[in-house]
Structure formats: structure tokens, C-alpha cells
Design a protein around this ligand. Structure first.
Ligand code: NAD
Ligand code: DAU
Length: 357
């Protein structure tokens, strides 16, 4: 098992990063310090961590509001905290936003990753007790037909500005390993769901619209397929890779849980009917509305994750039925979190993305 003392977690105030920090501080025996480096874009929310880090000692948790593209700031953090591990979540992460405005995706996802790698190269040249873990996505592999799976050695074929920027960052991470001998690991994961997900992604968009009695916008024919994984299971996989994964290796992570968007939204409607006490399980389905498709919409993602299961003994721990119900209950019980999200920038995005569909 590898042990680290000072871990930079980038993007620790976003959806997966915040769930990761919550998990590491509460459920593992990690005894060192987490330095959460987050610029707090529209997707970063300090409330995601408040109850876990409020009042916590600086020897365990530090927050730095920093842009990962700012080399001087990143350099100072490496020096100040004697950083020995980076777990890199920070990214522009929403495909639809990348279609409306790809520039920020190139900046953060490519230049930001480059900046972090440069700092790691400078500080870790002679130190092999270090690790750069890069969190990536299954979308770099492209789109599948009705059959087949993405494996770790599937050739890259990104098709949106988001996935192209993530693919570029993956290549940079691999290049720093091969060229400079930087200790790296990588993971490529399928669609996550769970608490604290920003309501621009499919599941929280649908939940908030159900609560507001608004249309449930299904892109295209609703037959696109995604493979869903509970966010905690993604994070246990990342921790397994960071502590036990082979250096230089990529591990696929997935739910082995494929759903068409339409089936998933129908199921969400049924669970929400149950949780909100409706007699008729189909009550919310009348809100389902077909809207203009996403440009270049990838048809199907599906991951083979035998490698991480076989090598590291990881497996999914939460069934989709349990995870979805817990997630929807979380949104129902956290109306204050939802209200705080509904700022000007959130409303502007909803208008921009949906009004012309
Ligand atoms: P998110 O959009 O919820 O959070 C991203 C976080 O990064 C935010 O806190 C934001 O403030 C921060 N950030 C953005 N730009 C920054 C910058 N320039 N400097 C510092 N911080 C910055 O994203 P997420 O869904 O939590 O995804 C986290 C990572 O996991 C991403 O790398 C994403 O590509 C990857 N991933 C996501 C999923 C998914 O289903 N959400 C699946 C597989 C992989
Ligand atoms: O596969 C991993 C990826 O999953 C991550 O790398 C991305 O960061 C993450 O955003 C996610 O990308 P998707 O594009 O698959 O997720 P999204 O929730 O945006 O959409 C899921 C599916 O639902 C997709 O086929 C588009 C569709 N959709 C989405 C929204 C927001 C709709 O039909 N209606 C909607 O309103």
C-alpha cells in the first residue's frame, strides 16, 4: 500500500471531488492532509463540504481558491505543503457547455493539466514516493454501437470538445510518465450519479424539473445509452488505484449498468412518485418531452472494468435501485442546497441550453 502525507485534490468542491474528500476524511484511515485546490467556478460549491471540513484542523484539510492554470500559485502550493500526491479532478465537465463554448474546456482541461504536470515534474524529479493520479472519462473512447465495450487499450476517438480536451490531457499525463518518468496512474470512468451533482447533468435536471412541475427534456429519441455508477463507488476505485494501482497504468471504472435515457427517466419518475406520495406511479411521466438532439450526441458508452476488479479487488457496492433512491431522497431533503444553486448563472444556462431545443 502506498501512503501519502500531503495530497492536492483539484476540483474538490465539485460533484465527484467533494464526494471524494468526504469519503477520504470520513471513511478511510488516511491520516495526512488534503489540500483542496479549486477555482470555484459555477460548478464548485463550498457547501458540498461544509459539514465535513468545518472546524477541521489545518493538518488534515486546507482549501485554496486557485485556478489550476496559474503556474505560480500551483508552484507555491507544492512548496508550502511539500505535496507528495495529486489527485486531479478539476475540469470543465459538461458536454453541452463544451458545445456552446469550447474555449474554457481547452484552457482548464488541457492547459490546467499541463500546469499541474509541470509543477509535479519540478518538485518530484528525484522523489519516487510520489503520484499524479488523473481522473478521466470513458468519453475519450468515442461512441459504441449496440454491442461491445471500451477496454483500457481501446483506441481514443473523442467526438465532443469536452472529450477531446480530456483525451488531450490524458495524453499529456502519459507523456510525462514516458518522457520524464513521472509516477502516474489514470482512471476512465462512466457516468456518475449521487448527491451534490450540479443540476445541469441528466439526473439532477430531471429531479429539479419534476419538483418544479416542468417538462422533462429528452434529447433526440431517448435511446442513447449510458452506464451509471454511484459516485462513492467511483471514489473507492480511485482510492484503490492511488494506494495500490500499478504505476503508469490506466484502469477503467464502470457501473456495468446500461440504461437508455428514456428508460432511466421513466424510472426516475416512478421513484419520485413513490417518494412524493403520489398514488399513481406514472404521475410524472406526462412531463416527458422530446427536444432537439445534442450536436454529435454519442450513442452508447459501456466499460469493461475487469482489470480493476481482477488486479485491485474493487467492485461496485451500491445497486442502481438503492443508489437512485438514496440520491433522489438527498435532493428532496436538501432544498436549501438546491435553492442556493439557483443563482443567476444557473438560470442563464438553463435558458441558453433549453430555450431553443
Ligand atoms: P464538476 O463540474 O462537478 O466539478 C468540477 C470542479 O472543478 C468544480 O469544483 C470547479 O470549480 C473546478 N474547476 C473547474 N475549472 C477549474 C480551474 N481552472 N481551476 C481549479 N478548479 C477548477 O465535475 P465532476 O462531475 O465532479 O467531474 C470531476 C472529474 O471527473 C472531471 O475531470 C470529469 O472529467 C471526470 N469525470 C466525470 C464523470 C461524471 O459523470 N460526472 C464521469 C467520469 C469522469
Ligand atoms: O461518461 C462520462 C461522462 O458522463 C463524464 O465524463 C461527463 O463529465 C458527464 O457530464 C457525463 O456526460 P454525459 O453527456 O453522458 O452526461 P449528461 O448527464 O449530460 O447526459 C446523459 C445523457 O442524457 C446524454 O445522452 C444526454 C442526455 N440528456 C442530458 C440532459 C442534460 C437529455 O436527454 N436531456 C438533458 O436535459
Amino acid at each position: 500500500m502506498r501512503n501519502f502525507n500531503n495530497i492536492i485534490v483539484t476540483g474538490g468542491s465539485g460533484f465527484i471531488g467533494a464526494n471524494f474528500i468526504r469519503h477520504i476524511l470520513s471513511d478511510t484511515d488516511f491520516a495526512g492532509r488534503i489540500i483542496n485546490v479549486d477555482k470555484l467556478t459555477y460548478a464548485g460549491n463550498p457547501e458540498n463540504l461544509q459539514d465535513v471540513v468545518g472546524g477541521i484542523d489545518e493538518s488534515r484539510y486546507v482549501f485554496s481558491r486557485t485556478d489550476i492554470c496559474d503556474y505560480d500559485a500551483i508552484d507555491s502550493l507544492f512548496a508550502k505543503y511539500n505535496v507528495d500526491c495529486v489527485i486531479h479532478f478539476a475540469a470543465e465537465s459538461h458536454v453541452d457547455r463544451s458545445i456552446h463554448g469550447p474555449g474554457e474546456f481547452v484552457r482548464t482541461n488541457i492547459n490546467g493539466t499541463f500546469t499541474l504536470l509541470e509543477a509535479a515534474r519540478k518538485y518530484w524529479a528525484d522523489n519516487k514516493e510520489t503520484l499524479f493520479h488523473h481522473v478521466s472519462t470513458d468519453e475519450v473512447f468515442g461512441s459504441l454501437g449496440e454491442t461491445g465495450y471500451f477496454f483500457e487499450d481501446t483506441p481514443y476517438d473523442p467526438r465532443s470538445p469536452y472529450s477531446a480536451s480530456k483525451a488531450s490531457s490524458d495524453h499529456l499525463v502519459q507523456a510525462y510518465h514516458h518522457t520524464y518518468g513521472l509516477n502516474i496512474t489514470m482512471s476512465n470512468c462512466t457516468n456518475n450519479y449521487g448527491p451534490y451533482q450540479f443540476p445541469e447533468k441528466l439526473i439532477p435536471v430531471m429531479v429539479l424539473n419534476i419538483l418544479a412541475g416542468k417538462d422533462l427534456p429528452i434529447y433526440g429519441d431517448g435511446q442513447n445509452i449510458r452506464d451509471w455508477l454511484y459516485v462513492i463507488d467511483h471514489n473507492t476505485a480511485i482510492w484503490d488505484i492511488v494506494t495500490k494501482g500499478r504505476i503508469g497504468e490506466t484502469y477503467n471504472i464502470g457501473g456495468e449498468n446500461e440504461w437508455t435515457n428514456l428508460d432511466l427517466v421513466n424510472s426516475l419518475c416512478e421513484i419520485m412518485a413513490e417518494l412524493t406520495g403520489k398514488d399513481n406511479k406514472d404521475f410524472y411521466k406526462k412531463l416527458i418531452t422530446y427536444v432537439k438532439d445534442r450536436l454529435g450526441h454519442d450513442r452508447r458508452y459501456a466499460i469493461n472494468c475487469d482489470k480493476i476488479k481482477g488486479e485491485l479487488g474493487w467492485k461496485q457496492s451500491v445497486t442502481f435501485a438503492e443508489g437512485l433512491k438514496e440520491t433522489l431522497k438527498w435532493y428532496l431533503e436538501n432544498d436549501e442546497w438546491i435553492e442556493n444553486i439557483k443563482s443567476g448563472s444557473y438560470l442563464e444556462w438553463m435558458d441558453k441550453n433549453y430555450e431553443t431545443r
